[in-house]
Design a protein around this ligand. Structure first.
Ligand code: PXP
Length: 248
């Protein structure tokens, strides 16, 4: 069975759109609450929860993560960059795993994979530090054989293959097959190198049909499409409820 990790960042994106500058009422009635949505996702069958605390704190806040952890039922996969500050923070938060991702302040969401080969010294330091402290590390990389080998060389136990190119290619039959075979080859090499291979980014309710054929993937981490669908499926009830409050 392939596991499902639910990425809850976009709940926080929505919360920040309204309450970004209202830390003073943090803990009061501000919505939506990423921790509460993470607990709901767990009740619905999520195998794990992913939260990305960005250096610029644009969506998830450290307090969200801490509050989630107080009543979590599954496990926290914390996404962070490799900066000194974030690696220190990850050790204070003590998640069940860390996923290292590149961060670029101008990007809307995580774009490319991590260049482990090009930053091998820093990647090595970070992986060693976290693994020695009992936190398994996953490297978010493109399905590139050289990146996979670099991850194995530094002793990273897990990788997460970036499925963004596959998701973008989904509506073009030829490109779709090409991207799928690149991912399949990345998965095969990863498994052969002894890595646990996760995958994620851009997976939705349509392209899952192709993604799930990657049978050795341990876990998919999915965020945007799940949060988007929950808005669509929940909107009718929300309008009806407001209507009834308004008119009795
Ligand atoms: N995995 C990683 C490492 C990510 O950075 C993201 C996006 O934040 C995801 C998975 C989930 O991507 P999406 O929101 O497109 O499902």
């Amino acid at each position: 069975m392939i596991l499902l990790g639910v990425n809850i960042d976009h709940v926080a994106t929505l919360r920040q759109a309204r309450y970004r500058d209202e830390e003073s009422i943090h803990g009061g009635f501000i919505e939506p609450d990423p921790a509460a949505m993470a607990w709901l996702a767990e009740e619905a069958g999520a195998d794990g929860i992913t939260m990305h605390v960005r250096e610029d704190r644009r969506h998830v806040q450290v307090e969200d993560v801490i509050r989630y952890q107080e009543k979590k039922k599954t496990r926290l996969n914390l996404e962070t960059s490799m900066s000194l500050e974030m690696v220190q923070l990850a050790q204070e938060i003590r998640p069940e795993s860390v996923c290292l991702v590149p961060e670029n302040r101008k990007e809307v969401t995580t774009e490319g994979g991590l260049d482990v080969r090009g930053n091998i010294e820093r990647a090595n330091e970070v992986v060693r530090e976290l693994v020695q402290n009992g936190i398994p590390v996953s490297m978010f990389i493109d399905p590139d054989p050289d990146q996979l080998e670099a991850c194995a060389e530094i002793g990273a136990p897990w990788v997460e293959l970036h499925t963004g190119s596959f998701a973008r290619a989904w509506y073009d039959q030829e490109k779709r097959e090409l991207e799928l075979s690149t991912l399949r080859e990345g998965m095969r090499i990863g498994v052969e190198l002894g890595l646990r291979v996760n995958a994620g980014h851009g997976i939705n309710y349509e392209n899952m049909e192709g993604a799930k054929t990657l049978e050795s993937i341990y876990e998919f981490n999915i965020g945007h499409s799940i949060i988007s669908r929950s808005i669509r499926t929940g909107l009718q009830e929300s309008v009806q409820k407001m209507r009834s409050l308004l008119n009795g």
